[in-house]
Design a protein around this ligand. Structure first.
Ligand SMILES: *Cc1c(COP(=O)(O)O)cnc(C)c1O
Ligand code: SF4
Length: 342
């Protein structure tokens, strides 16, 4: 603990540029597996973390680290960010593109799987590298945040009047500066057949400072109905600072939903899922999806068998109001929607 808090003191927030603090926090994120193990008092994991990080590198904002119990390799927040030896194994059935992103690519940075909505890979960058991520092998370098690439996507969206909703995803769209995002939202709002703008982001969870006034300004100024889908897997991710950031979105009138991934060793107990749902609902956030893990190489050790997931969701349903039960779904390439699992 002392190591982490003394570091936090070494990086004081700059009150003069509070709206840009999040960019500084992003710059200072831990990228070195040895430092991660050192800060969390897990020296015995440093060597395997270094090897596994060669395939998908480490990236953890320091505020997220403060929520992790040092010295506990089983901490559910740690497991989401610490590279493990197990990532070097890829059993049969696990692949680099498990959800069929490549065949759904309309243009670089634009995917369509479902009717009426398209997904823009706004940027390849994320504010945290989640070890289970289905895009851990995605060719992000071909999709940096680029207004030129966006323009081609905008032209395509403008031509297809069946599209009502644009999802900004990634990577994480909120790693992009508000000025660029505001310009993008403005261009999207000029496409008359669009109704909604959905933001899929983990930023408010890992860097709550990202919910800035300028973010709320452009979201609320848009003609398009904004919808936020955040991503928290464990109730401990929702500490007071994160809840305060989420409350600012809710207070601005923006619907906020949460999606989680069912992860072995993180949230594969009914009590954890119930606590997550209750905490979300109390914060006026609706649990939206609980995703079955996408079978991406390197993430096999996170998989929970579907039958066990179904049992967990039954237990959740028996304990919380219907509106607090997330839809348990699986991504399947070539289907017209995500597949409900029960
Ligand atoms: C998950 C996903 C969506 C959104 O699906 P909803 O069921 O509307 O939440 C849209 N496009 C792509 C490519 C997706 O993977
Ligand atoms: S924030 Fe989302 S896209 Fe980024 S690494 Fe985590 S799960 Fe993957």
């Amino acid at each position: 603990m002392t190591i982490i808090s003394s570091h936090a003191q070494a990086v004081p927030l700059n009150p003069l540029s509070s709206s840009d603090n999040w960019q500084q926090i992003l710059k200072e994120a831990v990228r070195d597996p040895a430092e991660l193990c050192d800060l969390l008092n897990l020296p015995q994991h440093a060597d395997s973390a270094r090897r596994a990080a060669e395939i998908f590198r480490v990236f953890v904002p320091r505020g997220f680290l403060k929520k992790i119990q040092p010295g506990d390799p089983q901490d559910p927040l740690l497991r989401q960010v610490l590279p493990l030896e197990a990532e070097l194994q890829s059993p049969p059935g696990f692949s680099d593109d498990p959800v069929g992103d490549q065949p759904s690519t309309l243009l670089p940075g634009l995917l369509q799987k479902y009717k009426g909505r398209v997904l823009m890979v706004t940027t390849g960058a994320c504010a945290v590298h989640c070890r289970y991520c289905f895009r851990r092998h995605y060719p992000y370098d071909e999709s940096p945040p680029s207004p030129d690439v966006w323009q081609r996507a905008l032209d395509q969206i403008a031509e297809d009047t069946s599209i009502q909703e644009v999802l900004l995803s990634g990577g994480d769209p909120l790693t992009v500066r508000d000025k660029l995002l505001a310009e993008l939202a403005e261009k999207l709002s000029q496409i008359s057949h669009l109704h909604r703008l959905r933001i899929h982001t983990r930023l408010p969870i890992v860097i709550p400072e990202r919910v800035t006034d300028s973010l709320l300004d452009w979201l609320c100024a848009s003609r398009l109905t904004p919808i936020f889908v955040v991503h928290a897997n464990h109730p401990r991710e929702l500490d007071a600072e994160v809840l305060a950031a989420l409350e600012r979105l809710v207070e601005a009138g923006i619907p906020v939903l949460n999606q989680a991934v069912l992860l072995r060793g993180v949230n594969d107990r009914a009590t954890t899922l119930i606590e997550l749902s209750e905490k979300l609902i109390d914060a006026r956030i609706l649990p939206y999806y609980l995703h079955q893990l996408d079978r991406v190489s390197g993430a096999a050790h996170f998989e929970v068998p579907v039958a066990h997931g179904q049992q967990l969701v039954r237990e959740v349903r028996e304990r919380v109001p219907g509106y607090a039960v997330p839809r348990y779904v699986q991504e399947q390439s070539g289907q017209l929607s995500k597949l409900p699992l029960g």
